[in-house]
Write a protein that binds this ligand. Structure first.
Ligand SMILES: *Cc1c(COP(=O)(O)O)cnc(C)c1O
Length: 380
């Protein structure tokens, strides 16, 4: 019997779910005769800021640029170090290097996969020798769950260092009832098609309550212009186009529902895994997870990750790995990028065992049932 495999991600399903509205929004944008930084982009920025709860949002070309623009806007570049994690999309580290700063990669807590706040406190109190001063820390709310942010914020404040949130995977998640992306000095969101809020192409947006910073970044994203054709500062070109902005305005209306649905699917997976070889992902008690990814840790009951992947595939379930090689072990970075005192040992272990199950709101109840059956079958 051949079974169609449920894909681990399916960005087309998000389009089809709102196709009529999205098609109408695209037609409106195309018909307007204005394609870059116009009314759709402005409306999206306002609607996104209102949804998030910040005073300002600034659209840009992608999530990597959103991080790099924040650093540039804060004057962080050459002669600065920025602390973050190695267990992240390479984009986080690429953005730091784009700004000219040196990335310092810290280890994670093995249960939640987020930055170890004690190691951050340690490097802020006692910086590793030979590095430029640490000017910022980027907290990555990986897989859709908050970092242990309060001690990180406290350590940053004590050291006079800015905390920036990488919210590429956590649109809508909360910590202590507060929305992620409103807790640091500024936050960066990717709008890549598979993210919880995804464009149908590239896109990014950054958010802050700091008007001056938002204005500066608004200029930097377009050649440093405050006035057309006149650069008052050195800038780049990183703009969100009108077609993507129009699409995102539609997609934003389904985001909260989509996050609810992701949590419902996660609850079903949790129940199916209970009593089996693999524990459900840890959930912080004081936080609302939005399950950008639902990640299990393999390596139990004598099954390798490849074994688990093969057995799930046989039962019609596609899987993914986020991420197979930590940034500090990739050839572009290995031996060159400095690590914290823990040497990213937990990060390296996690990379060998993490496995992501299918997770998107458009999974049907029937597909969720099939995946749960396959998960129970792992115990048999
Ligand atoms: C996706 C992602 C980014 C980068 O976003 P792009 O839009 O692809 O540039 C940055 N950080 C994290 C954690 C991500 O998951």
């Amino acid at each position: 019997m051949s079974m169609t495999v449920i894909p681990q991600a399916d960005p087309g399903a998000g389009y089809r779910a709102q196709q009529a509205e999205i098609d109408a929004a695209v037609a409106r944008a195309l018909g307007s005769g204005w394609y870059i930084l116009g009314r759709e982009g402005e409306a999206f920025e306002q609607e996104f800021a209102a949804w998030l709860g910040t005073t300002r949002a600034v659209g840009c070309a992608n999530g990597t640029d959103a991080l790099a623009l924040i650093l540039r806007g804060m004057g962080i570049g050459e002669g600065s170090t920025v602390a973050t994690v190695s267990h992240t999309a390479v984009a986080t580290v690429a953005a730091i290097e784009m700004s000219g700063a040196v990335p310092l990669l810290l280890d994670i807590d093995p249960d939640t996969y987020t930055m170890d706040p004690d190691e951050l406190t340690a490097v802020l109190e006692d910086p590793p020798p030979g590095l430029p001063p640490i000017r910022a820390a980027i907290a990555v709310h990986i897989y859709g769950q908050a970092c242990e942010l309060d001690p990180m914020l406290a350590a940053c404040q004590a050291a006079g260092v800015a905390l920036i949130e990488d919210c590429a995977q956590c649109h809508g998640a909360t910590l202590g009832g507060r929305k992620l992306g409103t807790l640091g000095r500024a936050s960066a969101f990717s709008l890549y098609p598979t993210k919880n809020l995804g464009a149908l192409g590239d896109g990014g947006v950054l958010a802050t309550d700091d008007f001056e910073l938002a204005d500066r970044i608004g200029a930097i994203r377009q050649y440093g212009w405050k006035e057309r054709y006149v650069s008052s500062m050195v800038g780049v070109n990183s703009r969100l186009d009108e077609v993507q902005a129009a699409i995102l305005r539609v997609k934003l209306t389904a985001l909260d529902w989509g996050n609810e649905r992701r949590r419902w699917i996660a609850d079903a997976y949790d129940a199916a895994l209970a009593g089996g070889p693999f524990a459900p992902p840890a959930r912080r008690a004081d936080a609302e997870h939005v399950f950008h990814q639902y990640v299990i840790r393999t390596g139990a009951w004598g099954m390798t990750r490849a074994d688990v992947q093969a057995r799930l595939r046989q039962d019609g379930v596609g899987t993914g790995i986020h991420y197979p090689v930590p940034v500090h072990l990739q050839s572009a970075y290995a031996g060159r990028v400095p690590l914290g005192p823990a040497g990213c040992a937990e990060t390296a272990r996690a990379a060998l065992e993490v496995l992501s199950l299918p997770m998107y709101p458009e999974l049907t109840d029937e597909q969720v049932g099939q995946i749960c059956w396959a998960l129970r079958n792992l115990a048999g």
